[in-house]
Ligand binder design. Structure first.
Ligand code: SF4
Ligand code: SF4
Length: 115
């Protein structure tokens, strides 16, 4: 299933991992989405690592999730330059990049999981 592009409004921050938020649906209906500026659905990611290879600023790392699956993880999401190449190359629509005109205050509250 593709990433839920409205997760930042509909899901809740359930914790953090490697410096980014971990989002879960509430009630829990799916696995996690990692990241806020750069979101990756662990459900959707097939571990192909295309995003790791194409990102010009090395946002992604490889990570073995709790169920043992190798996935991409947005460990340096704050470095993202919004080029959208990763979204374009992802074969499973697992990535959502936060764009738009939100205020710094809104962005900060999202990043801190306190919206
Ligand atoms: S390109 Fe998509 S499916 Fe492949 S590792 Fe990245 S997020 Fe996962
Ligand atoms: S949008 Fe561009 S800079 Fe940001 S994570 Fe994707 S490939 Fe990297």
């Amino acid at each position: 299933m593709p990433i839920d592009r409205n997760y930042r409004e509909k899901w809740v921050v359930a914790g953090t991992h490697a410096g980014h938020n971990v989002w879960m649906a509430s009630p829990k209906t799916s696995t996690e989405i990692h990241g806020t500026l750069v979101g990756i659905s662990l459900d959707a990611c097939n571990g192909c690592m295309r995003c790791v290879r194409v990102c010009p600023v090395d946002v992604f790392g490889e990570w073995k999730s709790s169920n043992g699956t190798l996935v991409a993880d947005p460990v340096r999401e704050n470095d993202c330059i919004l080029c959208l190449v990763c979204e374009t190359v992802c074969p499973t629509d697992a990535i959502d990049i936060l764009q738009g005109e939100g205020s710094d205050e809104t962005l900060n509250s999202l990043l801190q999981g306190s919206h």
